[in-house]
Design a protein around this ligand. Structure first.
Ligand code: PLP
Length: 390
C-alpha cells in the first residue's frame, strides 16, 4: 500500500527550500520598513496618525465601501460588530461550529449564546439549505421576531464565516436572514481579496470584519477592521472603538461604554504597505492553488477545496479533503509532515466540542465533523509560489 503521507507531502516537498515550510508566513519586503521607520522617526507610533486614516481609506476603497474602521485585531472587530448589530445578552446567535474560536468567543463577550450550525457537504461555510430546513422546525416567529422553539430565547443574528478564504453562499444566506429577521454578520477574517461577483466578502451582509493577524493573507502585525455600506454604522464603530469620546463636549466626555480597540499608527503603517502588495499576494496564492489542484486532482479520493457558488477565493489556506481517511492515518500524515518540517494543519476543533461551549444549542453537525476528520490545510504562503517550476 502506498503511504498516504507520501502522496500528501510530495507536492510540498517539491517546493521545500528550507528546513521548515511554514503554514503561512508574512512577506514584508515592500514599503513596510519605510513606513514603520517614518512612524518611529516622526514619533507617531500610537493611536492616532496619518497611516490609520490612510489605511482605513485605502481598505474601504479596496473592498468598495464608504468607510472602514481599523481595530486592534479581528476578534475585537467581531465584538464590536455584534454590539453594533444590537445583539443583546441572552439572545442566541446562529454561528458555524466549524470556525476559529474567536467567532464564538465574540458572541460570548456580549452575553449572547452561540447556536451552532452545520457546514455543507463540500462547502466549509454555513450551508443555507441545511440551515433553512432546520429553522423551519426550530424557530417560531412572534411579531416578526424569531425565537428558538426549545429554549424560548430570541435568535437575533446569523454569523457567516468565509472559511479559508472561500466565499460562503451569501445570496442564499441573505435570503434566510431576511426571512427570519436576523442581522447578518460576516466573519471575513480570512477573506481579504475574496469576492462574490463584484462584491467583496464582508460587504454583502449588514456588517463584516477582517483580521490582519500575522498568519492571514496580509498583516498589520496584529489588527482587524470593520466594513459596511452603512456609513452611519461605521461612524458608530469608530466611536465605540475610540472610547466613545465626544470631543465637542470637552476633554474627557464619553457618551457610552466605549472600547480602546484602535489600531496603532505603527500597525496601520504596515497595513498601508501590505495593501499595496495585496494584488501580488493574491496572484501568487492563485498560482499555488493551481499547482496543488493539478497535483491532487489526479489522486483518487482526494479533493482540493475550491470556492463554490461562483465565488473567487483568496486561497488564504489551500486545503484538501481525503475521503474516508481513518484517524490513525490522519495523525500519521500530520506526524510525518511535522517531522519533515512541513507545517501541515488540520481544520479547527468544532467549537461545540470545546469545554465552554458544550452546553450550547446545536443542530446535527454531520458535515462539519466529516470535514474536520478529513481535511488538511497546506502550506500557503504567497512566497512559496516562486518555488514552483513550470
Ligand atoms: C483569525 C480569525 C479571527 C480572529 O482574528 P484575530 O485578528 O486573530 O483576532 C476570527 N475569525 C476567524 C475565522 C479567523 O480565522
Amino acid at each position: 500500500m502506498i503511504n498516504i503521507a507520501e502522496i500528501v507531502l510530495e507536492p510540498i516537498k517539491l517546493l521545500q527550500k528550507s528546513a521548515v515550510v511554514a503554514l503561512h508566513e508574512p512577506d514584508l519586503s515592500g514599503n513596510e520598513l519605510a513606513y514603520v521607520t517614518d512612524c518611529v522617526t516622526s514619533g507617531w507610533v500610537s493611536s492616532v496618525g496619518k497611516y490609520v486614516d490612510q489605511f482605513e481609506q485605502n481598505l474601504a476603497n479596496y473592498v468598495g465601501v464608504p468607510k472602514a474602521v481599523a481595530v486592534v485585531n479581528g476578534t475585537a472587530a467581531l465584538h464590536l460588530a455584534l454590539l453594533l448589530m444590537d445583539v443583546k445578552s441572552g439572545d442566541e446567535v446562529l454561528t458555524p461550529a466549524l470556525t476559529f474560536v474567536a467567532t464564538t468567543n465574540a458572541i460570548s463577550y456580549v452575553g449572547a449564546i452561540p447556536h451552532f450550525v452545520d457546514s455543507g457537504k463540500t462547502d466549509l461555510s454555513v450551508c443555507p439549505e441545511i440551515l433553512a430546513t432546520y429553522l423551519e422546525t426550530h424557530v417560531v416567529k412572534r411579531g416578526g421576531v424569531s425565537f428558538n422553539r426549545e429554549t424560548g430565547r430570541k435568535i437575533s443574528a446569523l454569523v457567516v464565516m468565509h472559511a479559508l478564504g472561500n466565499p460562503a453562499n451569501m445570496q442564499a444566506l441573505k435570503a434566510i436572514a431576511k426571512q427570519y429577521n436576523l442581522k447578518l454578520i460576516e466573519d471575513a477574517a480570512e477573506g481579504i481579496g475574496a469576492r462574490i461577483g463584484n462584491e467583496h466578502v464582508g460587504t454583502v451582509g449588514d456588517i463584516g470584519i477582517f483580521s490582519f493577524n500575522g498568519n492571514k493573507v496580509m498583516t498589520t502585525g496584529s489588527g482587524g477592521a470593520l466594513v459596511s455600506h452603512d456609513l452611519e454604522l461605521m461612524k458608530k464603530a469608530k466611536h465605540l472603538s475610540t472610547t466613545a469620546k465626544v470631543s465637542s463636549e470637552g476633554f474627557f466626555y464619553h457618551d457610552a461604554v466605549g472600547f480602546n480597540y484602535r489600531l496603532a499608527n505603527i500597525n496601520a503603517a504596515l497595513g498601508v504597505a501590505q495593501l499595496e502588495r495585496l494584488p501580488e499576494f493574491l496572484q501568487n496564492k492563485k498560482l499555488l492553488a493551481d499547482y496543488y489542484r493539478s497535483y491532487f486532482g489526479t489522486k483518487d479520493g482526494i479533493r482540493f477545496i475550491d470556492p463554490e457558488f461562483g465565488g473567487q477565493s483568496n486561497y488564504w489556506l489551500c486545503a484538501i479533503q481525503i475521503e474516508n481517511i481513518v484517524t490513525s492515518d490522519f495523525n500519521l500524515v500530520l506526524d510525518r509532515a511535522h517531522k519533515d518540517g512541513i507545517m501541515l494543519r488540520p481544520l479547527w476543533q468544532l467549537n461545540n466540542e470545546l469545554p465552554m461551549y458544550q452546553q450550547c444549542p446545536s443542530m446535527n453537525l454531520t458535515n462539519a465533523q466529516r470535514l474536520v476528520s478529513g481535511c488538511f490545510c497546506l502550506p500557503s504562503s504567497s512566497g512559496l509560489a516562486k518555488n514552483i517550476y513550470f
